[in-house]
Design a binder for this molecule. Structure first.
Ligand code: G1P
Length: 299
C-alpha cells in the first residue's frame, strides 16, 4: 500500500518578469484565468486529487496569495446582509472545510529545487505533490488526480509529461526514457532526467510540466545544494538522483497544458477555459465569431 498524498507544495516565489507590467506589484499567480486567479485553479486541482494541506513557498511581495485563501469576515458579513448566497458559497469554496493552508519563505531565489527544499519542515517524512501554478491544464480528470491515481498503481515518484517541439527542449526538464507506453494516459519509465538541455543534447522531447508526486528522499538530494542549469538548485537534478533507487515514471497526462507565465499562453488559456464552461462557452464562441478576430482588426 502506497502512503497517501495529503500535502502539496506550491512554489510561488518567482518574480513573473515575463508578465510585466501586470506583475509589477501583483503576484503572477494572481493573474486571472476567466474569473479565478491561477493559484486558485491550482489549489482546486490539488483538492480534487485529495490534497488536504496546501503549502505555499513565497517571497517578498506575495502576501496577497495568503490573503486570498484566508477568511474575510467583513466580506462575509456584507454578503450575508445582502442575502448574496451564491457569492457566499463561492467564497466558502475557496478554502473548503478540512483543508489547511500554510506558507514559508524562500529567502533567496536560488531555483525551483531550493524552493521545494524550503518546504521540507512542513512536508515532513511523507510523499507529497508539487504544483507549478503557471502550468494550467484543461482536462476531464484533473491532471494531479491522474498523477495520484497512477501513483496508486506504481508508487515511487511521478512527473506529468508531454511531448514538446524539439526546438523547445531548453525550456523544460527532459526525460531520458527507458520504455514508453506512448499513449495518452500511458507511463514512461525513466532512466535519466536533464534540465533544459539544448535540442542537440536532449535525450528525448518528453518534457516535465508542473505536476509532480515525490518521495521525501528528494529533500536529502536537495539538501546538498548542488547547482545545475542557470546556476540554480534544480528540482530535476535532485529527482534524477532518485532514479534506480525508487520507481520513477512520467505520466503522459490526458489534457491540454497552457503556459500561463507567457502572455500568449495565458490568453489562449482564457479562451479555452471560457469556451469549456457551460455557463459562458456559447456566449464566448458567439462573441469570437461575431468579431472575426484578425490582426488587421482595430490596428
Ligand atoms: C520548471 C522546471 C522544468 C519544468 C518546467 C515546467 O522550469 O525546472 O523542469 O519542465 O518548470 O513548466 P521553469 O519553467 O521554472 O523554468
Amino acid at each position: 500500500m502506497n502512503d497517501p498524498i495529503r500535502k502539496a507544495v506550491f512554489p510561488v516565489g518567482g518574480l513573473g518578469t515575463r508578465f510585466l507590467p501586470a506583475t509589477k506589484v501583483m503576484p503572477k499567480e494572481m493573474l486571472v484565468v476567466v474569473d479565478k486567479p491561477l493559484i486558485q485553479h491550482a489549489v482546486e486541482e490539488a483538492a480534487a486529487a485529495g490534497i488536504e494541506e496546501f503549502i505555499f513557498v513565497t517571497a517578498a511581495g506575495k502576501t496577497m496569495l495568503e490573503d486570498h485563501f484566508d477568511a474575510c469576515a467583513e466580506l462575509v458579513t456584507a454578503l450575508k446582509a445582502k442575502n448574496k448566497s451564491a457569492e457566499l458559497k463561492m467564497l466558502e469554496a475557496i478554502a473548503p472545510a478540512g483543508t489547511r493552508f500554510s506558507a514559508t519563505r524562500q529567502p533567496e531565489p536560488l531555483g525551483l529545487g531550493h524552493a521545494v527544499w524550503c518546504a521540507r519542515h512542513l512536508v515532513g517524512d511523507e510523499p507529497f505533490a508539487v504544483m507549478l501554478p503557471d502550468d494550467l491544464v484543461l482536462s476531464g480528470t484533473p491532471c494531479l488526480k491522474q498523477l495520484v491515481d497512477a501513483y496508486g498503481r506504481v508508487g515511487g515518484n511521478l512527473v506529468a509529461v508531454m511531448d514538446v517541439p524539439k526546438a523547445h527542449t531548453d525550456r523544460y526538464g527532459i526525460l531520458d526514457v527507458e520504455s514508453d507506453e506512448g499513449t495518452e494516459g500511458g507511463l514512461a519509465s525513466v532512466r535519466g532526467l536533464v534540465e533544459k538541455p539544448s535540442p542537440a543534447e536532449a535525450p528525448s522531447t518528453l518534457s516535465i510540466i508542473g505536476r509532480y508526486v515525490l518521495q521525501p528522499a528528494v529533500f536529502d538530494e536537495l539538501e546538498r545544494g548542488r547547482r545545475g542549469a542557470g546556476n540554480e538548485i534544480q528540482l530535476t537534478d535532485a529527482m534524477a538522483e532518485l532514479i534506480g533507487r525508487q520507481p520513477f515514471h512520467g505520466l503522459r497526462f490526458a489534457g491540454t497544458r497552457y503556459d500561463c507565465g507567457d502572455k500568449v499562453g495565458w490568453l489562449e488559456a482564457n479562451l479555452a477555459f471560457a469556451l469549456a464552461r457551460d455557463d459562458m462557452g456559447p456566449a464566448v464562441e458567439a462573441a469570437l465569431s461575431r468579431t472575426g478576430f484578425a490582426r488587421s482588426t482595430n490596428r
